[in-house]
Each structure stands twice: as structure tokens, then as C-alpha cells.
Design a protein around this ligand. Structure first.
Ligand SMILES: O=C(O)CCC(=O)C(=O)O
Ligand SMILES: [Fe+2]
Length: 385
């Protein structure tokens, strides 16, 4: 079946597999020059600010008595930080742990087996890398597995790892997360996808979609936008996961796992898979290290919400560093509008003022986003009016 063009938004030049490269390097001097990034050490990393990153309690957002206070906190987190930690989000531990375990297993597979999920030519979906657009570009010290999870008909199940089995196939442990009605609807509408209903990725993706949907509703209220205007844009939202694998590097301080960037999406929910930290947020002229709270999701505003909110909410630049001894894994889940949705500052927010950003479809935005190397907020600067 032909897939919607959503999956053909760009491509990336083939580069070496970093996990295999890292395993073959015995001497720091053997790290290839394309990975050495003088800018990795250019700006200071602040060491004492971690307690400041806002923490939002999702259960309070839903609670009649506490929702006002917590919504106000959320508003400030989105406007001042563009990042927050989300606790008590209600995603069952089982769904998170199964997803984490399956990902760890996948990256332990021999390269040839992982390559069963390799990106196809002219696509960014699958196992590989992204944002490499020239042969002399410096490279990030990471491999990625990117998969579209919504809309359901856009799933490219053939690229979902078949090992470990539960990644893609039914796992009974997650069955409890689906109501009978949800299951019936899936079965009726997506008979062909039946085998994917209760695997760890579908299970995790569905839970995160629900969390993202609620956060977006509260944000719309906080921004004073009629819920329908905002929710029409995010109705049937698109969702993709990017699983980042950062192997240890003997020159950890000289390389970057993921170049400084802002997310080209509406809202990202990030789960750190193991205990190794590495996410850093741009705060003024410094990098602010994030220390995820146990069980928390790290949420951040993407470029699309910055545009819709005419800059009231910030999509903040961030990067990932790597560790000298240990591998690091993270799962970023991106929630965006439909491909054909027009994205422009919302009339209710702009009111009499000037819109700050050009308007374009989400598909056009993504094509521009994926056609260049990751480079801070360069695209957003180009879209400013
Ligand atoms: O690995 C991380 O902590 C950050 C990942 C990230 O920013 C991304 O995938 O967009
Ligand atoms: Fe990101």
C-alpha cells in the first residue's frame, strides 16, 4: 500500500554506523576527525542549576482542586524554559519498562540484524542517521532508529524491529492498557495492523499520545486560544519516535551525540532509557544539564508551537553529549499536526500585533527542517518575518 508522502520528507547521506565504529576504536587518537567538534567545549556548562528545571505534576493538571495552580506553572515553564519534567503522567511503568528493555535488546543485536530495519533509500525512517547533507560535514556520535507511529496508516511496520519479538508483535503484558472499545475500533479499521496492536512500541506510543493530547489542551487554554482552533490543528496528531543510541567515546569531551537543535515538531516527550545523562539545554550563553527525575518524561516545546503561539512559548535549543565509558539511550516522541495543516501564528494570539513567523504547511516545514544539518534555531530564524 502506498504510504502518505509524510514519510518521504527528506534523506541523509550514508555515513558509518557509529556503534560499530566505537567498538572498533582502541585508541582515542583513532576517533575520525569528522567527529571532533571544537564547539562542543566552546560554551560553559552550568553545574548548579538542575533543581530549577520546572517540574509539572500531570495528575494535578487533571485534579479539580489543583489544576489552576498547576496550569499556571505549566504556562511559565513553556514561556520561560520551553522545557519541563513531567511527573505522575500516568503512563504505566510496564509500558515504559517494556519499551526500554526492548530498545536495549535491539541495540545489542549484531549490526546485520539491526540492519533489517535500515532506512530505505530516500527516506529518513528506520535505522540509520539523519541531517547529513554534505560529504565534508562534521558528524554526530550517535545512531538513530526513527519510526512513524501515527497516523496508524502511515506506520511502516516492515521497518519496526522484529527482534526482540515484543517490539513489534503482541505482548500480553500491555494488553491491559487497551480498552475493549479501543481494541474493537483498531480491529475494525485496521485489520492489517492487528498484529501491532499490543507490542511495546504501539503500547508506549498510544500512552504518550494521550499525555501529549492533554498537555496540548491545557496549553491551548493557557494561551487563551479557543480549544477547537488549536485542537483542529492537532486533531489526529502525527507522532514519530526517534530512538537515539550514543555509544561511549574515548574522546567524549570532543564529540557531540546530537548537534544543538530545536525540535521541528509541536511537543516532544523524551524518555531517558538508562541512567546515563547527556541532554543539555541552551540557557543564555551556557548549557544547562538535565537530570531526569526517576520515572519522569522530559517535555519540550517544538518549533510548531513556538510559531502557533507567535513566540509566547519557546522552542529551546538543546543538544546531547556522550559519555566516555557508558552507552546512552533516549527515546524522543514527537507530536505534530497533520502534514497538510497550515502552521501560522494563531489569530487569537496575534490580535492587533504583527505575526512573527511566515505561514506554511507542516509538510513544507518538515521538508525544510530535514534538508539541512542540525544547527541551533537557524530554520526558525529564517522563518521570522
Ligand atoms: O538524547 C537526548 O537526550 C536528546 C534527544 C533529542 O533532543 C532529539 O532526539 O531530538
Ligand atoms: Fe531534540
Amino acid at each position: 500500500m502506498a504510504k502518505p508522502s509524510f514519510q518521504r520528507l527528506g534523506t541523509s547521506i550514508d555515513v558509518p554506523n557509529v556503534q560499530a565504529l566505537a567498538a572498533s576504536i582502541a585508541n582515542p587518537a583513532h576517533v575520525p576527525p569528522r567527529y571532533v567538534r571544537p564547539e562542543a567545549k566552546a560554551d560553559p556548562v552550568v553545574s548548579d542549576g538542575d533543581s530549577e528545571l520546572p517540574v509539572i505534576d500531570f495528575s494535578r493538571l487533571l485534579h479539580r482542586r489543583f489544576c489552576r495552580e498547576e496550569s499556571a506553572k505549566l504556562h511559565h515553564a513553556c514561556a520561560d524554559w520551553g522545557f519541563f519534567q513531567l511527573i505522575n503522567h500516568g503512563v504505566p511503568d510496564q509500558a515504559m519498562e517494556k519499551m526500554k528493555a526492548d530498545i536495549v535488546e535491539f541495540f545489542k543485536l549484531p549490526l546485520e540484524e539491526k540492519k533489517a530495519s535500515a532506512q530505505l533509500p530516500n527516506s529518513l525512517e528506520g535505522y540509520g542517521q539523519a541531517f547529513v547533507v554534505s560529504d565534508d560535514q562534521e558528524l554526530d556520535w550517535a545512531d538513530m532508529l526513527s519510526l512513524v507511529t501515527r497516523p496508524l496508516q502511515s506506520r511502516n511496520i516492515d521497518l519496526w524491529p522484529a527482534q526482540p519479538l515484543t517490539f513489534r508483535f503482541v505482548s500480553t503484558t500491555c494488553a491491559v492498557s487497551y480498552s475493549a472499545v479501543q481494541l474493537r475500533t483498531y480491529v475494525r479499521r485496521h485489520l492489517l495492523l492487528l498484529h501491532a496492536v499490543r507490542d511495546s512500541l504501539s503500547c508506549y506510543a498510544m500512552e504518550l499520545k494521550n499525555v501529549a493530547g492533554t498537555l496540548l489542551e491545557v496549553m491551548a487554554k493557557n494561551l487563551g486560544v479557543a480549544s477547537e482552533e488549536f485542537s483542529t490543528i492537532f486533531q489526529d496528531l502525527t507522532q514519530a519516535v526517534r530512538i537515539n543510541y550514543y555509544p561511549p567515546c574515548p574522546r567524549a569531551d570532543d564529540v557531540l551525540g546530537l548537534s544543538p537543535h530545536a525540535d521541528g515538531t509541536g511537543l516532544t516527550l523524551l524518555l531517558q532509557v538508562n541512567d546515563v545523562e547527556g541532554l543539555q539545554i541552551r540557557k543564555g550563553g551556557s548549557w544547562f544539564p538535565v537530570k531526569p527525575l526517576p520515572g519522569a518524561l522530559v517535555a519540550n516545546i517544538g518549533d510548531i508551537i513556538e510559531i502557533l503561539s507567535n513566540g509566547v512559548y519557546k522552542s529551546v535549543e538543546h543538544r546531547a553529549i556522550v559519555n566516555a565509558m557508558d552507552e546512552r539511550l533516549s527515546i524522543a516522541t514527537f507530536h505534530g499536526p497533520k502534514e497538510y495543516s497550515m502552521v501560522s501564528p494563531l489569530a487569537e494570539i496575534v490580535k492587533g500585533c504583527k505575526p512573527k513567523y511566515m505561514s506554511m504547511s507542516y509538510g513544507e516545514f518538515l521538508k525544510a527542517y530535514f534538508s539541512a544539518r542540525l544547527e541551533g534555531k537557524r530554520l526558525m530564524e529564517n522563518l521570522k518575518l
